[in-house]
Design a protein around this ligand. Structure first.
Ligand code: ZN
Length: 242
C-alpha cells in the first residue's frame, strides 16, 4: 500500500477517528469503489459503523470482514496505532511495549494483539488467490466401495482452491482437512483467498458462510445437472485428476 503516512504526525492527523480508519479499510477492499457481493451494485447507504448496505438490494457487508479487526470490540483507531507502533520498532516490538503504548489493561491482551498483527503483517494478504476462484473438496486415495459423496472413513479429504486465469488454471492452494464442515472449510478459504473475490463452489452447505466473510459466492448446484463436476468446475478437477 503506497498510500500510507510517512511519519507519526501524518499518521495521527490521518487516523484520529473511527470514520477515517473505516474509510481506509473500505478503499483497501474496494480500490475502484464499492461493489456489492450479491448484486454487483455500486452504491451504498452512508457507512454506519463498519457495516455497508447496498442501496439496490440491501445486502450488508462489513469493511472489517476477513481482516484481523473482524469481531473486535476495540476501536479501529487503537488497532491502527498498534500497527503503526509495531511496524516502526526497529529492534522488534514487544508485548510489554505495546501494552504501554496503547495503555492496554492486560499484558495478555497486548500479547494476543502482537501475535495477531505479526501474523497479518508477514506481507499482508501474502500470496492469497484473488479474482475468480473455484473451491471444491476431493478425496486422495483409491475408490471406497459403498461410500457416496462426502461420507468416507479411510480416504484423505483435501480442499482445493484454483484461481481462474483466462481459460486456464492460475495459482492453486490446497490443504488436508478433517471433514467438509464449514468449520474446516472457512479457515482454509480465508487464508487462501482475498476477500471480495468470486468464490465458485457447488451447493454444499459448508460453503454457506462465504458471503458473511466478505466473498462473492457463486454456486453451481450439481445434483440434477447433466454436466459432471469436472465440466462445471474444470480447474479444480483437472488439477486433481478426479
Ligand atoms: Zn446489492
Amino acid at each position: 500500500m503506497e498510500d500510507y503516512p510517512r511519519d507519526l504526525a501524518e499518521f495521527e492527523a490521518r487516523f484520529s477517528t473511527e470514520a477515517a480508519c473505516r474509510e481506509y479499510l473500505l478503499r483497501l477492499r474496494w480500490p475502484d469503489g464499492f461493489c456489492c457481493p450479491r448484486c454487483g451494485g455500486r452504491k451504498t447507504w452512508p457507512l454506519r459503523g463498519v457495516l455497508l448496505q447496498c442501496s439496490s438490494c440491501g445486502y450488508q457487508s462489513s469493511v472489517t470482514a476477513g481482516t484481523i479487526f473482524q469481531d473486535t470490540r476495540k476501536p479501529l483507531t487503537v488497532w491502527f496505532r498498534a500497527m503503526w507502533w509495531v511496524t516502526s520498532q526497529k529492534n522488534g516490538a514487544s508485548a510489554l511495549g505495546l501494552q504501554r503504548v496503547l495503555g492496554l489493561g492486560s499484558y495478555k491482551t497486548a500479547w494476543t494483539w502482537l501475535h495477531k498483527l505479526r501474523r497479518a503483517m508477514v506481507r499482508p494478504g501474502r500470496d492469497r488467490l484473488s479474482g475468480k476462484v473455484e473451491v471444491d473438496e476431493t478425496y486422495w486415495g483409491s475408490e471406497e466401495r459403498g461410500v457416496r459423496g462426502r461420507q468416507t472413513e479411510t480416504k484423505t479429504l483435501i480442499v482445493v482452491a484454483a484461481q481462474q486465469d483466462g481459460e486456464g488454471i492460475g495459482r492453486i492452494r490446497m490443504r488436508r482437512i478433517p471433514d467438509a464442515s464449514a468449520k474446516s472449510l472457512m479457515p482454509f478459504v480465508e487464508e487462501a483467498i482475498e476477500p471480495g473475490s468470486v468464490v465458485h463452489t457447488d451447493g454444499w452447505l459448508g460453503y454457506v458462510p462465504l458471503e458473511g466473510k466478505g466473498y462473492r459466492h457463486r454456486v453451481t448446484f450439481l445434483r440434477g445437472k447433466k454436466q459432471s463436476p469436472s465440466e462445471l468446475m474444470p480447474r479444480v478437477h483437472v488439477w486433481c485428476r478426479c
